[in-house]
Design a binder for this molecule. Structure first.
Ligand SMILES: [Zn+2]
Length: 347
């Protein structure tokens, strides 16, 4: 098996970026010209475990003598890039893709590995990916864009996320978004799992193992934490970030208690190295710090609300200084707004 140095990795990564940027320009024309080439790279986590990133999204892969286990494929372009990198470094194929959860921005592109890999997801993943019934009406926001009133959104009517993710939402590729397609979300490039697991599953390959652990999480029903026993490491996505603020205003979250319980369930797993789908590589202590940040933010927002402070007053008075070195600290006002929304709705 080829062994490669950090320097070799970064020069490969640079070539990858150039290649991908050229392809993206061809594929989607003018739109891509305004976008930056994705930042990509691979770092060694420990043992046979590596982390690869595509801009702010991370995945991990474990190299064994009989094949490679990859977690999230992230998206098709990235998966093709990663496949090329792996082929140049190792003489074994990707044998397993193990999803963290079904969301499009982590789970797209698995098809790239499907020829050689078993694609594994939690048993609730197929239902999460299923198209709802054909008579599902347009959401209110989408209905507002339906200028010709035909009950579907054509590309000329789409704006915002519906425009940016049009092809990913358009499940049947007919150039129109139905209510069902919009309700399902931008998951057209999420390759369905070929095998499912329920509570836990241990995958063994080439004398190494990976444990898939289902974690109850509001973020998605199929949330899976991967544990690498030989590396004493876990990989988790979206439920915890290492040394980074929680995303924006906790979209979709309705219970802080339930988020705290999810993080505590991860803390109960045996590991010392923590790799997040976003943020840095860290330790179990960083997972506890992330929970503590959420608890302190909750307590500060709750205290201010009890004093009758407005959201604007809370955003001016809550500084969370102890966390100012964390990534995405500029999301603090959004974090406060999300907490205000959740606590105000009776959590
Ligand atoms: Zn997610």
């Amino acid at each position: 098996m080829a062994k490669i140095t950090e320097a070799a990795m970064s020069s490969k990564s640079l070539r990858g970026i150039v290649r991908v940027s050229a392809l993206a320009g061809l594929a989607v024309g003018g739109l891509a010209l305004a976008q930056q080439a994705p930042d990509r790279g691979i770092v060694h986590v420990g043992g046979d475990l590596y982390r690869a990133h595509n801009n702010a999204h991370n995945t991990v892969f474990l190299v064994t003598s009989e094949g490679i286990v990859v977690s999230d494929p992230i998206n098709r372009d990235f998966a093709e890039w990663l496949q090329g990198e792996l082929a140049s470094m190792y003489d074994v194929p990707v044998r397993v893709v193990a999803y963290s959860h079904f969301h499009w921005d982590h789970a797209s592109g698995g098809e790239v590995f499907a020829d050689t890999a078993e694609v594994v997801g939690h048993e609730t993943m197929p239902a999460a990916l299923a198209l709802p019934s054909a008579d599902t009406p347009l959401s209110d926001a989408a209905a507002g864009l339906d200028a010709n009133g035909n009950g579907q959104i054509e590309e000329s009517e789409a704006s915002g996320n519906l425009a940016g993710q049009f092809a990913l939402i358009d499940a049947d590729g007919d150039g129109m978004l139905t209510g069902a397609e919009i309700a399902r979300g931008p998951v057209s490039e999420v390759h369905p799992p070929s095998t499912l697991y329920s509570d836990t599953r241990t995958i063994t390959l080439g004398g190494k193992s990976v444990e898939l652990i289902h974690i109850a999480a509001d973020h998605s029903p199929d949330m899976t934490v991967l544990r690498f026993p030989d590396e004493d490491a876990v990989f988790f996505v979206d439920i915890i970030s290492v040394k980074r603020l929680p995303f924006m205003d906790f979209p979709g979250l309705t219970s802080v208690d339930s988020l705290v319980e999810t993080i505590q369930a991860v803390e109960a797993i045996d590991f010392s190295v923590a790799v997040g789908g976003h943020g840095d590589i860290g330790t179990k202590g960083d997972v506890a710090d992330h929970r503590r940040y959420i608890e302190e933010l909750r307590d500060a927002v709750a205290a201010g609300m009890a004093d009758g402070q407005s959201l604007e007053e809370l955003q001016a008075s809550i500084t969370m200084d102890a966390y100012s070195e964390w990534g995405s600290f500029n999301w603090l006002p959004n974090n406060i707004a999300g907490m205000y929304r959740i606590l105000g709705s009776g959590d």
